[in-house]
Design a binder for this molecule. Sequence first.
Ligand code: ADP
Ligand code: ZN
Ligand code: MG
Length: 482
Amino acid sequence: MDYEAVIGLEVHVQLKTETKLFCNCSTKFGAEPNTQTCPVCLGLPGSLPVLNKRALEFAIKVAVALNCKINKYSKFDRKNYFYPDLPKNYQISQYDRPLSSNGYLEIEVEEGTKKRIGITRIHMEEDAGKLVHSIDDLQKAKESYVDYNRTGTPLIEIVSEPDIRTAQQASLYLKTLRQILMYLDVSDCNMEEGSLRCDANVSVRKIGEEKFGTKTELKNMNSFKFVEKALEYEIDRQIKVIKRGEKVIQETRLFDPQSSKTIPMRTKEEAHDYRYFPDPDLVPLVISENMIEAIISSLPELPKRKKERFKTEFGLNDYDIKILTSDRNIADYFENTAKLYRGDPKKLANWIISELLFFINRDNADINKCNLTPERLVQILRLIDEDKISGKIGKEVVKEVYETGKEPEEIVKERGLVQITDVAEIERLIEEAIKENQETAFDFKKGKDKALGFLVGVVMKKSKGKANPRLVNEILVKKLKA
Ligand code: ADP
Ligand code: ZN
Ligand code: MG
């Protein structure tokens, strides 16, 4: 590989405010077309936009979390172009004085190796409407409809420096960014539904060369996987173009998920001249130190800090920490449970990761609303710690509590799951097991240690998982050696 890629991402994030950026219309998804509109978002003459304070707060939150400088003075500009989904014929955006700039995001490119990706700017803008196309029986376009419900929904655009070098780094950047946005609770961040959208700028150059090559801009990638695939294809394509002695053309290209290829959409010559100018209807945005301070102090603990704290406070390994902090709700659940349990945090982490999260992921459920509350999980763990039930039975109880919402004690009593710790009872089961497996018992006496595990298994099965495994082991060894 004598060439390397240079990648910069432009990410649009829909902010989850109740109302639109410059009017009081609802932003709720899925309503009847054109029922969430008003003179402001339809751009009717005489209407005036008023900035949504909540949206501004969300944008500042993101900017602070991404280590950006908040510009005390910024302004809104009109980006002029014609398209049917844009009723005003201009989009209100921010051009030369964005809300914030000069930040960075750290990604972990390899276990323990971090890389900083610069953030050029984060600015606010409004979303456009949506075109809905109908097709006839021959799959030809028939009619187009326009739905203005989305028009004016608040967006932030996060522009990265060209610091990304591979397709994998690009998708890692997006995943890390998404995690922070989810922690901040400012967006649904759903790439399939379009609340997180990414355009990728990419060029290639000879390794060692400082000057960037000509870039193309890739669009239409609505999943992390597609971003990766589009970039891989495009990097390969550009290298081949150069090796053929030709030049990469600056253009916008569309990703086609069917073929996993990128196809030309428009060249620079066809690109718009947006004729930006300050929006005369909106006053400049002046942000006070107080407002910034208030927002900083309202920020939740972000993934990076939480990971560090989980390591020092609970002594968990990196794998467990990664899963437990992948989602703020899971991290909260773990901490709430740890506060009640006071036992070994590693054990607790195991139960959450390999038992509870299996069901949560399967059902796409909210962990903090599930039947297995921290209190109930702790009750189950205590029953195990006190030798009242075995770990195996514990797993069954977890499942039943999760599915029915019954109390663990109740399930244990109802189903007679209490562990057998009665020595006489266990001895009886062991004698049966040895009688039925005399050859294996003999193997053990001859020094085959594996035979013991097999016999323990037989006893456990006979007790329907209820015998205390520690006692079974002890008594079995004693009996076999006798
Ligand atoms: P444009 O004028 O086409 O909008 P910008 O300079 O504003 O380009 O950059 C847009 C995005 O493209 C940014 O994310 C930036 O990091 C990235 N970028 C700029 N130049 C290159 C390049 N030569 N190769 C790859 N990405 C680039
Ligand atoms: Zn409106
Ligand atoms: Mg630009």
